[in-house]
Design a protein around this ligand. Structure first.
Ligand code: DAH
Length: 338
């Protein structure tokens, strides 16, 4: 019986020598040491060994098992290394080829402009606040003095979610929400997404606005002019000419729209400014006393001004982009330019 053990070790050794790949070696392992392997069977059959040889048989059996395991491990490691060498030899590596560059992400032009606007107003003591994009009709229209039958509700082709619930058509409702929450003085800036049913080169169903509001005792139209002039010169450069034009918004009285001189033609008139030399940049005005009534502010005691502007439009003007829709296609070849 002891002889069987030694024979087996010898056979296993020659099988291993004949093995090339890791699969061959694993097959040898199964053949001898698997659950139905030759060595396993032999060791299990110890009862057939005469009593006085059993102890020695068991001892030698275990030694052989260990030896064989060691050989197999070593053979597997060696075969693994051989395989790696083979792969490397087969791959013809050209170390002179240029490397592949990782593309860095960039900050979206709309985000860049939004941050710039917020930074300027933060510097003037304004707080940045947020409001819901799915908004109550009450805040989007009613409390801004736009009653149910007002034509402004038509003008802003509105996405209705449900009865009384809309996708906000502007960031102005944040004014009302904020004033409901606090007493004056209020000095806020509210950037965010807004939605209107509109789509062409200069309109997308979703776009971005910033709303601003300042309410305190003794705020005048002079404050509005001063702050908006400072702001626009920060964004478009100190030499930018501005003009304040009378306008109308239901939530401000008096109201003004602000134009900047066209930066492309410097006021001479071109395609971008529709030959007028001016580009409309924001809406503004003194907060209408009717709006103060909705939030329980006393118009005899406080006054304020508000303004709203489109972030995307400013991005187009600043970077000379001709189609608004490019901003939302997320084509990296376009975005990588900013
Ligand atoms: N909400 C207006 C719009 O979406 C913009 C606007 C105009 C906001 C005048 C104001 C304002 O706060 O005073 O067209």
């Amino acid at each position: 019986m002891m002889g069987d053990l030694e024979d087996l070790l010898e056979k296993a050794e020659s099988d291993l020598r004949a093995s090339q790949t890791q699969d061959d070696i694993l097959a040898v392992r199964t053949k001898y040491m698997g659950r139905k392997g030759l060595l396993t069977a032999l060791l299990r059959n110890i009862t057939a060994v005469p009593q006085d040889e059993r102890a020695q048989f068991g001892k030698r059996g275990n030694e052989i098992k260990e030896t064989l395991s060691g050989w197999i491990e070593a053979a597997l490691t060696e075969a693994g290394a051989r395989r790696k060498d083979d792969v490397l030899l087969k791959q013809k590596l050209d170390a002179t080829l240029p490397g592949r560059r990782t593309r860095y992400g960039r900050i979206h032009p709309v985000t860049q402009v939004r941050k710039e606007i917020c930074d300027i107003f933060s510097g003037l003591g304004f707080t940045i606040v947020d409001g819901p994009e799915v908004e109550l009709e009450y805040y989007n229209f009613e409390a801004l003095n736009i009653p149910a039958d007002h034509p402004a509700r038509d003008m802003q082709a509105t996405f209705y979610i449900d009865d009384g619930i809309v996708l906000r058509t502007h960031t102005s409702p944040v004014q009302v929400r904020r004033m409901e929450q606090m007493r004056p003085p209020v000095r806020i800036i509210c950037p965010g997404r807004v939605y209107r049913h509109d789509s062409d080169v200069s309109h997308t169903p979703m776009f971005h606005q910033v709303e601003g509001l300042l309410v305190d005792r003794g705020i005048t139209f002079g404050d509005l002019k001063g702050i908006l002039t400072y702001f626009l010169k920060e964004v478009f450069g100190p030499d930018t000419a501005l003009r304040f034009r009378p306008s109308f918004f239901p939530f401000t009285e008096p109201s003004a729209e602000v134009d900047i001189q066209c930066m492309l033609c410097r006021g001479k008139g071109c395609r971008v400014c529709g030959q007028s030399g001016w580009i409309e940049i924001l809406g503004s005005g003194m907060v209408d006393p009717a709006v103060f009534k909705y939030v329980d502010y006393d118009p005899e005691e406080v006054s304020g001004f508000a303004f709203g502007l489109g972030i995307d439009r400013i991005a187009l003007l600043k970077y000379g982009i001709s189609d608004l829709r490019l901003l939302f296609e997320n084509d990296w070849r376009f975005l990588a330019q900013f």
